[in-house]
Each structure stands twice: as C-alpha cells, then as structure tokens.
Design a protein around this ligand. Structure first.
Ligand code: ARG
Length: 461
C-alpha cells in the first residue's frame, strides 16, 4: 500500500504509477532529503514532539540509509513515487514504529522545497568554484598577451586597435558578473521552508529557527503558503545559468572565428579540437560549437520552469514536480561546459603576428589621425571629415595612412607634421588609450588587479 493509501480502496493504475512517479530523477536529491529529515527529527526530539530516544534512533537509521545509498546498496522503487517516500519507507522497514513518526509536523511540500533549495545551493557553490578557475585562466592569458595588439571590431569591421589582454579582460568582467549573479541568488535562497507543512504550518510546536540553523540557512521563510509554492530561487538560478551560457556562447563564436583559416588569430590545442571523418585537413573547434549549442538547452530550462510556474494558484500543485529535470539538466550542462571551456582557453596558442597583421594594413588608426588633428586645434568634426578624405585617397591609390608621404598629408592640411607617423603607429594608438577601462598596458594591469582582488576573496584555501 502507498504511504498515502489510507483513503483509497483500489491500487493505483500501473500507468498512473509511472506517470506520477519522480524517483527516476529526484533520487539525486537523496543526500539533501536525508539531511533535511535528520534536522527535522532532531528538532522534533528537542521540542518533545517525539521522544528524544526515538529522534535519536530515527537519526541513526537515516545515517545508515545514507551510507547504504552511497555504497550503492539501495534500490529505489517507482511504487514509492519519489525520494521522500522512498527514504521514509526504508526508515520504517528498519525501525518499525519510530520510523513512522518522522513525518510528524511535515509535508512532502515543505520537504521537497527544502531539498531542492539545498540542491541548488550546492550547485551554486560548485559552479562559482568552476567560474573562479575560468577567471584564473582569463587572467593568465591577459597577462601573457597584455601587449599583443589586435584589431577591435564593431559590426565585425575593424574599428580601433586593442590588445588580446584587453580582450580577455572583457570576458573576465562578464564572468565576474556571472559569479556575483549566482551569489545574489544564493542570498535570496538562504531561507528555510521546512516547517511550512503542506501549506499552513503546523499545530505542533515546531522550532523552525532550529531546523533552519541545522541546515545552514540564515532563517526560516516568512510565509507558509509562499514557502511551499515558491520556486523563484530555481528561476533565478536558471537565469544566472542562461546569462552565463550566453557569455560562453558569444566567446565560443569568437573562438570559432579566430581559429578559422581566414583569421588564424589562435590555434586550439590538438587535445581540445577534433578532426573530420572525410576531410583530412580539418581541425574543428567542436568544444566551442558544443558550448554555443548547449546554450539552447539551458535557455530551454529557464523557459520550461517559467512556463510551469506561470499559471498555478497557491500553494503546492503537482505541476511543480516538473521543476527538477530542467534545473538538473542546466546544472549538468553548465558543470560540463565551464571546465572544458576553461581548459580549451588555457591551452590555445595565440598568434600575435597574425593579429598584428590584421590590425595593420587598414585604417584602424583613422580615429587616432582625427584625434591628432583635434589635439592640434582642428575642431574634431572637421578633422573627421579631413581624415575621411585621406582614407578615400588611400583607397584610390592603394595605400594606408602610415604609408602616405608628408607631401600628401600636407596637401590635405598644413597642420600635419612629421610626428604624425609616430602618432599613428598602432603601439602609440593602444598606449595612448589610457582612459579607465581602456587597452593601454597599465590600464589593463589595473583591470587584472581588480579581478585578482575579486578572486582572492573567493579562492578556496
Ligand atoms: N515528488 C513531489 C515533487 O517533486 C514531492 C511533493 C509531492 N507533494 C504532494 N502533495 N504530492 O514535487
């Protein structure tokens, strides 16, 4: 008979049994479920709601079940529907009557809410740890390539010169925001729903502060109806995952471009690329492409849960059992993508000559040329027009700004002097961009120091 079988005369239909059951996916919350039950039993004993000796034997039994699950000695059953009833059934098989007292003052509704919060909390810890490692790779690459000049793009057209170090720090800033987004999520998640019961609390004198404390939460949740029907923490988590994946996907797109034969800005390590079964010359950026592709499934998870939640009245509804698979899939996907992406970046070979080549030979220093005139007193808008004409002249005569003769410069404006060549060298163009956030060497050093400071507070000892 089902744990809830008291008011039923018939067995559950076999199809319904399968349909209703969540054990195939919620079994992975076994640890959180058992820890939650241990805290609940301890509190019941302390409050005198059950006898202290019974609480002790329940806790003992639960620890035994945990050890058995971890040793692979336990087979969960579909008939027991979910992880909560599987564990409770094992406990009663072990202890008899005492096991049947565990569920006093509790419902699966507050139980699943606390299990799921703890599971997401743990995932956030693991993911931020992986992101810290990714940041370390970005910082290392940035330091190594702080003077490596490359073209910066807008509209994928060469725009102004930057450095590869500056570029890496752009992504480091994106990942820093991701880390803080997960941390924000953790802050709001940090309330314990246990003790909210099915929806309306309990007539037993539960100590919700105590269970919150035992389970490492800052405090109990404030409203019992909200406690059992809230999945905002999971939605915030999925949002943070989605934004992170969007960043990794954009980065992937650049990696894919950069290692194309057209760019050749980088080369991926053999261990982090793949070949083609027919074209012998190929070396493909499959990791970057898969990360870009897997972004879709993480967005899908967010949309799944938003849609599951959008129409359900207070409080718990069985729709909410659909909250788990999407979150688990997002956790697995992110945990797989981040370290492989970091390793790919860590082992890639940067090609400074190719980047320099792409940065020169064009008009990437045209803004600098206009700035040169502006610094000599020409109003910027006039300088801009003059340089536009100069660029036209270069295109017509197959030249670049640096290859023009002094006569050609003077023909356009007498303001040009010999120092224009120095002002237009790409090195000068980068080094003069010292504004906060810019690509100049010392400015990127400052950006690196800021990220290192952020990481120092988060690196595990
Ligand atoms: N397996 C359920 C879930 O994941 C647990 C809560 C069930 N509660 C209930 N009243 N049927 O949501």
């Amino acid at each position: 008979m089902k744990l809830w079988g008291g008011r039923f005369d018939k067995e559950t239909d076999a199809l319904v049994n399968d349909f209703n059951s969540s054990i195939s996916f919620d079994a992975r919350m076994y640890r959180q479920d058992i820890e939650g039950s241990i805290a609940h039993a301890a509190m019941l004993g302390e409050q005198g709601i059950i006898a202290p000796e019974e609480a002790a034997s329940i806790i003992d039994g639960l620890r035994g079940i945990l050890a058995d699950v971890e040793a692979g000695k336990v087979a969960f059953s579909e008939d027991n529907e979910d992880i909560h009833m599987n564990v409770e059934t094992f406990l009663t098989q072990r202890l008899g009557a005492a096991g049947k007292r565990l569920h006093t003052g509790r419902s699966r509704n507050d139980q699943v809410a606390v299990d799921f919060r703890m599971y997401v909390r743990q995932a956030i810890g693991e993911i931020t740890g992986l992101l810290v490692e990714l940041e370390q790779v970005l910082v290392r690459q940035a330091k190594g390539e702080i003077d490596t000049i490359m073209p910066g793009y807008t509209h994928l057209q060469r725009a102004q010169p930057v450095t590869f170090g500056h570029y890496m720090m752009a992504y480091a800033n994106m990942i820093r925001r991701d880390i803080t987004r997960f941390e924000d999520c953790l802050e709001r998640l940090d309330e314990c729903p246990l003790g909210a019961g099915a929806l309306a609390g309990s007539t037993h004198p539960l100590n919700r502060y105590r269970t919150a404390e035992l389970l490492g939460f800052a405090k109990p949740t404030d409203n019992s109806l909200d406690s059992v029907s809230d999945r905002d923490f999971a939605l915030e988590f999925l949002s943070a995952c989605s934004i992170l994946m969007m960043h990794l996907s954009r980065f992937s797109e650049e990696i894919i471009l950069w290692c194309s034969w057209e760019f050749q800005f980088i080369e991926l390590d053999d261990a982090y690329s793949t070949g083609s079964s027919i074209m012998p010359q190929k070396k493909n950026p499959d990791i970057a492409e898969l990360v870009r592709g897997k972004t879709g499934r993480v967005y899908g998870s967010l949309v799944t849960l938003l849609t599951v939640m959008k129409g359900i009245p207070l409080a718990y509804n069985k729709d909410m059992q659909e909250d788990k698979e999407c979150v688990f899939d997002a956790i697995d996907t992110v945990k797989m993508c981040v370290p492989v992406f970091a390793a790919m970046l860590d082992t890639m070979k940067v090609k400074p000559e190719r980047m320099a080549q792409a940065a020169s030979g064009g008009f990437i220093n045209a803004t600098d040329c206009a700035d040169y005139l502006a610094k000599k007193g020409v109003p910027f808008r006039d300088a801009y027009t003059l340089v536009g004409r100069l660029v036209n002249h270069c295109i017509a005569t197959g030249q670049t700004l640096d290859s023009l003769s002094m006569e050609e410069y003077k023909a356009l404006s007498p303001v040009f002097e010999q120092d224009v060549y120095q002002a237009l060298s790409l090195k000068t163009c980068v080094e003069q961009r010292r504004t906060v956030g810019g690509p100049a060497h010392e400015e990127v050093e400052r950006q690196i120091a800021a990220i290192e400071d952020f990481l120092a507070k988060r690196v595990k000892a």
